[in-house]
Write a new protein. Structure first.
Length: 132
């Protein structure tokens, strides 16, 4: 059995539109079918919100995203009550609910969180895969 990887929203967008921004070694680990690749429903919410607010220029992404995520070999995971409770209760100054959900999901699902977000990598999150 391999490792579970939960990609954050930025890494997901790069995998979908600019995969060369993700180092080859990381792409290989994520593509390895002995590992499990996870995408949070929270990333879908974050992307749709940013498109709606004009902070992300990706018209039509919402309609194609489920198939494209499936094409990556990824499984989407819902936000459970357990995830939400942990995210809301973490003693962490970061108020971004999307970051909080991802950290909570990675913790509960025992997944490696794949991120380059400095607010997350600065935490003492048990398992993070990053670069740069």
């Amino acid at each position: 059995m391999g490792v579970s990887h939960l990609v954050d929203t930025r890494v997901l967008l790069w995998l979908l539109s600019a995969p060369d921004r993700v180092p080859e070694a990381v792409r290989s680990a994520l593509a390895d079918r002995t590992n499990t690749l996870l995408v949070s429903a929270g990333s879908g919410l974050e992307i749709a919100t940013k498109v709606r607010l004009g902070k992300l220029d990706a018209p039509g992404l919402g309609a194609t995203m489920p198939a494209r995520i499936h094409g990556l070999g990824a499984t989407t995971i819902p936000i459970s009550l357990e995830h939400a409770l942990l995210a809301g209760s973490m003693p962490w100054s970061n108020r971004d609910p999307f970051d909080r959900i991802l950290v909570a999901q990675a913790t509960i699902e025992n997944a490696v969180l794949v991120t380059v977000d400095p607010t997350i990598t600065a935490l003492s999150v048990p398992r993070v895969l990053t670069w740069e």
